[in-house]
Design a binder for this molecule. Structure first.
Ligand code: AMP
Ligand code: MG
Length: 705
């Protein structure tokens, strides 16, 4: 059950003195008794207001959701260590018994944080304090911490870009201070309202009053465009309350996380649902800014553009054009990450054995061996931890992947031991910690393990899953429209053709390239050389695609309808690129959607698609500017090339490992494209190639074909 009559969103604050306006407490309301955002000077005043609102909701038989911009829990392990219970709500009560926060916002949160730090090994986890506070157990800087054994972020925060860690108590984004003070006040409200109030996701949220945490930045794009609010905080609480009221909260309230994580760490309401929340605000947001109308313009007077100059200009002109969404990790292969992924858990999570053998403390071995150690009863295996400590001078049977029991730091390989079940004997010398894996030796908690822009590979899905990430934020798949033109072209390869007609080779080829690149191909059909037919196909493309590839009619001749149309009604820049085969590349925006006008010759169309389309589309798809990897091979051909333009030859590697090229360079020879397995790239300058000269070969696989 997740329908609420009334929704409040609270931007909480850790101010130590009363304050109004920006960076103070704001409450937005939606649903029953919606009204403009309210501002409060102190936490005490805020709680009084919330208490009244809760009582009123109960009296009116309303269900009310109150969502706070603070963390309700801390990273896994904290609650258990501090309170003996792996429950966020146990921490609330622990804090409520110790933190004082008076009616004027004066409070002792830094002292209590220092007290907490003393209870953990090493330095930290909390950090950040005003200079004048002399609290040796509360480091001023995050870097000064170590050995406290806790992750930086909670599981839910991996889904919220830019979320600050709960451990940070001071300066911008000190969510830790806000949370310590918030949890104290909410613990008291909980005590007061009893069963009428539930805390999500730790408790059953069927109660009439439900408290959740949230993250105001979820709707940043809407906030950026909002107008007429007193300050950003006011816009955030108002818009988020309305967004929560406008969406179905059911799915959002069933996050993909274990019960243990939900109970101990909590969960951000709306994490991973930014797009839905924005949609509820009627926002076409997340739609990245459109390309500028003049983005493809070449400077005046430029005649022939060298390939590298054209590539650089294209790179500067483009940016990602797709919106973002959240998908289940198992479905995310080939998709492009929109955010860095941060490990919320170390891999391996605990030190464990790398082999089957016998484990013991190295310091208990004494002299150089051979050794005989008594065995403790039982064994440690993967998934079956041995919970008791192993006494110094004793050993334990241990299997691969088993957590090292207390008192074990070294493992000898089974094959190097003799054992009668009561003792184990082996030879020395033995290196300390041998055959063990350190906690976090693969990935440390809190580190970025995959970067934004990454195209997720099969091993990436293994890594993401191993780190316990169920859903990932990715770019929506780029939609690539393909349109061919020409009176002589016949689109149906099954139709009878007159002598003056040829079958459409480019469209099937380009659609399949788009599909192979992981994009969504959109067939915009074949059209005769007729302005209104081509214009309506482009209109359709602009509605349904992120980018359009056309073939044919891209030069400046009488029959070049595509370029004429783009000049008249789009924003054409015809790039005469010093490239063979290729030359005319028409770049334009049609209703804001980029159009790459490719030459009609299939060979030129393919070369232009690989050289320009490949990096351009990957840029638009969010994976950055990707250039193909090539390598040098001896030539199995001879050629004398004139200076002035770069040349691409259809090529493949022969049995001797040399690059051979297709017999004819004619750009209409489609059979040569199919024969080839890559391209030989010859530089802009003049070259003389004899047998064995090193030439650059780029396999089609490097272009993702
Ligand atoms: P264009 O760029 O329109 O001047 O076309 C150049 C050459 O490519 C002409 O010989 C066209 O017939 C041919 N051509 C154009 N489009 C296609 C296509 N879709 N499939 C095969 N050949 C084409
Ligand atoms: Mg034509």
């Amino acid at each position: 059950m997740s329908r609420f009559d009334r929704i409040l969103v609270v931007d909480w604050s850790a101010n130590s003195t009363p304050k109004r306006g920006a960076d103070s407490i704001w409450i937005g309301a939606a649903g029953a008794q919606a009204g403009p955002p309210r501002n409060f000077a102190t936490r005490a005043e805020t709680i009084t207001y919330l208490r009244d609102q809760m009582r009123a909701a109960l009296a009116a038989d309303h269900r009310m959701l109150v969502s706070f911009d603070i963390g309700f829990g801390f990273p896994k392990g904290f609650a258990q260590h501090l309170t003996g219970r792996a429950e966020a709500l146990a921490v609330w009560d622990w804090l409520a018994a110790r933190i004082e926060d008076d009616a004027r916002n004066r409070n002792n949160r830094f002292d209590v944080a220092a007290e907490i730090n003393r209870q953990f090994p090493g330095t930290g986890p909390f950090w950040g304090r005003p200079d004048h506070l002399n609290l040796p157990d509360l480091p001023a800087k995050g870097k000064e911490r170590g050995g406290h054994g806790l992750a930086e972020l909670r599981a839910t925060e991996a889904l919220c870009a830019g979320a600050h860690p709960m451990w940070k108590l001071y300066t911008t984004g000190s969510v830790g201070s806000q949370s310590l003070l918030g949890q104290v006040h909410l613990a008291r409200l909980r005590a007061e309202f009893g069963d009428m109030l539930a805390v999500w996701p730790m408790q059953d949220h069927a109660a009439p009053l439900v408290l959740t945490e949230t993250y105001l930045s979820l709707i940043d794009p809407a906030v950026r465009e909002a107008q007429g609010y007193a300050c950003k905080d006011a816009a955030q609480v108002d818009l988020l309350a309305r967004a929560f009221h406008g969406v179905s909260l059911a799915a959002m309230m069933q996050p993909e996380a274990s019960r243990e994580i939900l109970r101990e760490e909590g969960w951000i309401l709306g994490a991973g649902y930014g797009a839905e929340l924005l949609a509820a605000l009627g926002q076409r947001t997340l739609t990245p800014p459109r390309l500028r109308n003049d983005c493809f313009a070449m400077p005046q007077g430029v005649d022939w553009v060298p390939v590298d100059v054209a590539l650089n200009r294209l790179r500067d002109a483009l940016h990602p054009v797709t919106t973002t969404e959240d998908v289940a990790t198992a479905q995310a292969g080939g998709r492009v990450l929109t955010q860095d992924l941060v490990a919320r858990r170390a891999n391996p999570p605990a030190a464990n054995s790398a082999v089957d053998g016998f484990g013991f403390a190295h310091s208990g071995l004494g002299s150089d061996g051979p050794y005989t150690l008594p065995l403790v009863a039982g064994r440690a295996a993967a998934g079956q931890p041995f919970d008791d400590p192993v006494p110094q001078g004793h050993a334990i049977r241990i299997l691969t992947g088993a957590i090292l029991p207390k008192g074990v730091d070294t493992v000898v390989l089974e094959e190097d031991c003799a054992s009668d079940g009561a003792r184990v004997a082996f030879d020395g010398p033995i290196k300390p910690r041998i055959n063990t894996r350190k906690a976090g030796e693969d990935v440390q908690a809190g580190t970025v393990f995959l970067k934004a822009g990454r195209i997720l590979t099969p091993p990436d899905l293994g890594l993401v899953s191993a780190l316990g990430v169920a859903r990932v934020p990715v770019h929506r798949v780029l939609r690539v429209g393909v349109l061919s033109t020409g009176d002589e072209i016949l689109s149906d390869p099954g139709a009878p053709a007159a002598l003056h007609q040829i079958y459409d080779a480019n469209r099937p080829m380009l659609l399949e390239i788009a599909r192979k690149w992981g994009y969504q191909p959109v067939d915009l059909g074949h059209w005769p050389d007729n302005d209104s037919a081509i214009a309506s196909a482009l209109d359709r493309g602009a509605q349904s695609c992120d980018v359009i590839l056309t073939s044919g009619g891209a030069s400046a001749g009488d029959e070049d309808h595509v370029s004429r149309l783009l000049r008249a009604r789009g924003t054409l820049s015809s790039w005469r690129i010093a490239l063979k085969p290729g030359r005319p590349l028409a770049l334009a925006l049609w209703q804001g959607v980029p159009v790459l006008g490719l030459p009609g010759n299939p060979v030129a169309a393919l070369v232009c698609t690989l050289i320009f389309g490949c990096p351009a589309l990957s840029m638009m798809a969010g994976s950055g500017w990707i250039m193909p990897q090539g390598f040098e091979l001896p030539a199995a051909f001879t050629k004398s090339k004139k200076p002035g333009r770069r040349e691409y030859l259809r090529a493949r590697i022969n049995d001797q490992g040399a690059a051979e090229v297709f017999a004819s360079e004619g750009s209409g020879r489609i059979s040569g494209l199919s024969w080839a397995e890559g391209l030989v790239e010859l530089p802009d300058d003049a070259v003389r190639i004899s047998l064995g000269t090193r030439v650059r070969y780029i396999p089609f696989t490097s272009f993702g074909l």
